[in-house]
Design a protein around this ligand. Structure first.
Ligand code: AMP
Ligand code: GLY
Length: 424
């Protein structure tokens, strides 16, 4: 088979790495890819949201299956366009992708189908939103309705922070139309976990649990990022927690979508807060998580291509329960200093070969490029250094041993990935 993967981050490197192990696969393309992906796939000069360019390429190159990494192409309807052209593609269609592209849509669906989530109110009008904050106080969470590259959520500890967020989103339009409508919701407290499943809207296959680290600095300090590290499995997701998440969040949502006439095919990622009143859904993503994918896929023994193909054809029921490596997996993200704010690119990276030579270590590239045989930084999140070990402690030790071998100017990484698990 000829596979096209869309995207350029660590998640896409992990996808390409896993797809390359499938006996079904002869050739992999990645649009646009990165310096690490280029070592195992042919990278294309096509942007991840250039739907018609990608469609043209898939037609000409007789691509058998396209796998979409990031949410933007999904929300623009890439799956609908490929479907019309008779091309197989793994991911939800435009309507189903609303679950991530519109937080109002997601929250209203959750409310309608009794999915536990934070209490919320939707606002189209800034004055009404500001008045609501004056009356109800803080803490509260202010969310832009539309896609805002992961920056559209402000967990406000004070009334003034909440009001600043409302003004920025609705009046200063910092996220453009994505902030025309906002949600103000109750602030939940607890540990956050990522539960991902693959579905064809009828059958569901569960992926291993994972936990992400969203803040830039140790002890969860500083700005929110795309994710600075992850580990799988998440020990806090016990059998009974998982059962509750599946029953109350995942199945109710899929059932609701089916009742609304929306066929959901692809990965469904539920961001869940484990509160003292039980699991509550914070948000849905309609794609694999980043960096969760970097710790989930190294543990997956089943052929991912068979699963994605079956899901895209509506035949997921024929796939058995997924098979997992019992080892733990940890990923530490090495970022450019300054990220998620301003940072510099084009710094040469050294130590990659030495680090990836350690047994059980895989280095997923996120923001890199290859120039004249050398690898340079090319993004905020640069590498996802990943290690597999018997238990989290062993996986962690190995991962940090690998990180210590890697160097680039202004490299920043968190030193406390998965520490929560060791303390408990
Ligand atoms: P979202 O894009 O909705 O996942 O929000 C980004 C991050 O904001 C989440 O991963 C949480 O850490 C935080 N967050 C979102 N909603 C809430 C909430 N209701 N209470 C507390 N934290 C939240
Ligand atoms: N790790 C969070 C996300 O992929 O959105």
């Amino acid at each position: 088979m000829r596979i096209l993967v869309i995207g350029s981050g660590g998640r896409e490197h992990a996808l390409v790495w896993k797809i390359a192990q499938s006996k079904l696969v002869d050739k992999i393309f990645c649009a646009p890819g990165n310096g690490g992906i280029a070592q195992i796939a042919e990278c294309l000069d096509l942007k991840a949201d250039d739907i018609f360019g990608l469609l043209d390429f898939a037609r000409k190159e007789r691509i058998d299956l396209t796998v979409v990494g990031p949410e933007v192409a999904l929300s623009l309807g890439i799956v609908d366009e490929f479907g019309k052209a008779g091309l197989k593609i793994f991911g939800p269609n435009k309507l189903a992708a609303h679950l991530e592209a519109s937080k109002v849509f997601a929250k209203e669906l959750m409310a309608k189908y009794n999915v536990p989530t934070a209490n919320f109110k939707v606002f189209d009008n800034p004055e009404a939103a500001l008045k609501y904050i004056t009356i109800n106080g803080a803490p509260c969470v202010v969310k832009a309705d539309g896609l805002a590259s992961g920056k559209g959520v402000v967990v406000a500890q004070t009334v003034s922070e909440a009001k600043i967020a409302v003004t920025a989103m609705m009046q200063d339009k910092v996220f453009g139309d994505a902030g025309k409508r906002i949600i103000i919701e109750e602030c939940l407290v607890g540990q956050e976990v990522s539960i991902l499943i693959i579905t064809d809207s009828q059958a569901v296959r569960l992926l291993a649990s994972a936990q992400d680290h969203k803040r830039i600095f140790d002890q969860d300090q500083g700005a929110n990022t795309g994710g600075m590290g992850a580990y799988s499995p998440a020990p806090i997701v016990t059998e009974s927690v998982l059962k509750e998440v599946l029953e109350k969040i995942v199945y109710r949502t899929l059932d609701g979508l089916n009742k609304e006439g929306i066929i959901y095919r692809g990965v469904l990622y539920a961001g869940v807060m484990l509160t003292k009143d039980g699991p509550k859904c914070l948000e849905f993503n309609v794609r694999f998580g980043d960096p969760e994918t970097q710790v989930i896929l190294p543990r997956l023994k089943t052929d991912l291509v068979e699963v994605m193909l079956a899901a895209s054809e509506g035949k997921l029921a024929k796939i058995k329960k997924l098979d997992w490596d019992p080892r733990a997996c940890v990923c530490v993200v090495c970022a450019s200093g300054g990220y998620p704010g301003a940072y510099i690119n084009d710094q040469e990276i050294s130590g990659l070969e030495e680090a990836s030579g350690l047994k059980g270590v895989i280095i997923f590239h996120a923001g890199t490029k290859k120039v004249a045989g050398k690898i340079f930084t090319n993004g905020g999140r640069v590498l996802g250094v990943t290690g597999l070990g018997v238990g989290i402690k062993a996986a962690l030790g190995l991962t940090y041993e690998a990180v210590a071998k890697i160097k680039f100017n202004k490299m920043h990484y968190r030193k406390d990935i998965a520490q929560k698990v060791l303390i408990e």
